[in-house]
Ligand binder design. Structure first.
Ligand SMILES: [Zn+2]
Length: 175
């Protein structure tokens, strides 16, 4: 294969890969957005749009609403420090994201300075969101939630009042 043809092939494959992943991501992103708490949905939509259109990153949501049961099983296996009901994810009021731009992939292991230089945390804070990169007990830079607007104890209490004590009955994203 000559040099020119190789370049064209690689470019075509790259372009196809980009299109396919974007289409897939959009469908997956939508399913995460759809399950968020109605009280949180618009704010996260606006946030993602601002990150994509304003800062030029592609946003990949990696987690959104988590049931109490799912959260508890993560806790039991040591993957999180929050038991069932003790995370904003349990109320559909948190998302975890990665952000991608040519040459940059912001993810859980990326240093705080890299996230800050992207402008994403500042944008989130300007919109009233809380950033997990600021958490003192657990550095969680992929995490954004509505902790400034809603108190976790209140949410938990409301959930148990609405649905009872059985975790499998609780629809946290409707609280
Ligand atoms: Zn999170």
């Amino acid at each position: 294969m000559n040099y020119k043809r190789a370049i064209i092939t690689i470019a075509t494959l790259g372009f196809t890969y980009f299109i396919v992943t974007r289409v897939g991501l959009n469908a997956q992103q939508w399913s995460y957005i759809r399950r968020l708490n109605p009280k949180a949905k618009q704010k996260f939509k606006d946030f993602i749009k601002a990150v994509e259109d304003g800062l030029g990153y592609s946003v990949i949501i990696t987690s959104g609403y988590r049931t109490f049961e799912k959260q508890q099983s993560l806790y039991d296996s040591g993957k999180t420090t929050a038991r069932g009901g003790r995370s904003y994810h349990n109320y559909g009021m948190a998302i975890d994201i990665n952000a991608v731009k040519l040459g940059t992939w912001l993810r859980i292991g990326s240093p705080k300075i890299a996230w800050e230089e992207s402008g994403i945390p500042q944008l989130a804070k300007n919109m009233g969101l809380r950033w997990g990169g600021d958490f003192s007990n657990f550095y969680d830079p992929v995490h954004f939630d509505l902790g400034n607007d809603y108190n976790l104890n209140d949410l938990e209490q409301t959930a148990y009042q609405m649905y009872g004590q059985n975790p499998s009955d609780i629809k946290g994203n409707k609280v």
